[in-house]
Ligand binder design. Sequence first.
Ligand SMILES: Nc1nc2c(ncn2[C@@H]2O[C@H](COP(=O)(O)OP(=O)(O)OP(=O)(O)O)[C@@H](O)[C@H]2O)c(=O)[nH]1
Ligand SMILES: [Mg+2]
Length: 319
Amino acid sequence: MLTVRFRRSTLGRMRLSPKLGSMAREWTGIQQFPLATQTKLLELLGKLKEKERDSLTILVMGKGGVGKSSTVNSILGERAVAVSAFQSDVPRPVMVSRERSGFTLNIIDTPGIVEGGYVNDQALDLIKRFLLNKTIDVLLYVDRLDAYRVDNLDRQIVKAITESFGKEMWHKGVVVLTHAQLTPPDCLSYDEFFARRSEALLKVVNSGVRFKKREIKGHSIPVVLVENSSRCNKNDSDEKILPNGTAWIPSIVETITKVATNESKSILVDQKLIDGPNANDRGKLFIPLILAFQYFFVVKRVQNWIADDIKKEPKSPWE
Ligand SMILES: Nc1nc2c(ncn2[C@@H]2O[C@H](COP(=O)(O)OP(=O)(O)OP(=O)(O)O)[C@@H](O)[C@H]2O)c(=O)[nH]1
Ligand SMILES: [Mg+2]
């Protein structure tokens, strides 16, 4: 493995990640977690290494302000990316790389692709260019748990992600719901509320991706809960827990490792993928149809008119 060491005082301990050619700082944030969480995370990293995975690249996408950057920071255990309650000034993607015992974790945080009720094509283009030639192992599609409605805009975002990176990206997808420390409305139990919110959102995701029923049955997208607030409740081991008692950091990391190692291939974002399927051949499928249309509606009609004209023409006396 290519290893470049720098003086700790200036850059911290960094390694050159061979896959992405980027610098990875030592993942010190992991030590900020309570011991129980650290143990579970190291166990999961061990499982990945058993499967000969020495790196993971996670792409984080979603609407503006839903908690994408906060989730990145929570998983890393440090304030690696900027969090803001208000729209950031220079929205651009950022990749954070951390290294731990030969394992590199890359997380790509992106700006919200929906602002003011529209899918922001400029933000999407920027993300596409940033991802060029990177391989994505997991897509975290982030939204909030404490939203009671889904609408066409949700479908539009999913459609935009699918059009940019292909349907297969969703086989590497995890739906993440932030603001998970809530008291459900209408006397619903927490688990009931979570189930209903996930069902509604997954329905929109599946229709935005245009998954067929068979595809949904064979491969449902997992939904995980996140509470980024520092006021998140904790268990006896000091781990941040959800209202249903689950320690959510080990839980989201476990889901991420499962999806990263599922039967679907990771997604290489190359120019061909960005241009869309057969960009040059687009429309070729319609050529026979257009020719048939021309034959029956143009050529045939003109021929009939000529035949009619010939019939109508007064016969010459010498015929
Ligand atoms: N209570 C609570 N607040 C959260 C949670 N996640 C994020 N926030 C807050 O929501 C605001 C937006 O969070 P960000 O993490 O910056 O959201 P983002 O999706 O990265 O936003 P953009 O990058 O601007 O699209 C901040 O004020 C966060 O503190 C959460 O799980 N619970
Ligand atoms: Mg952000």
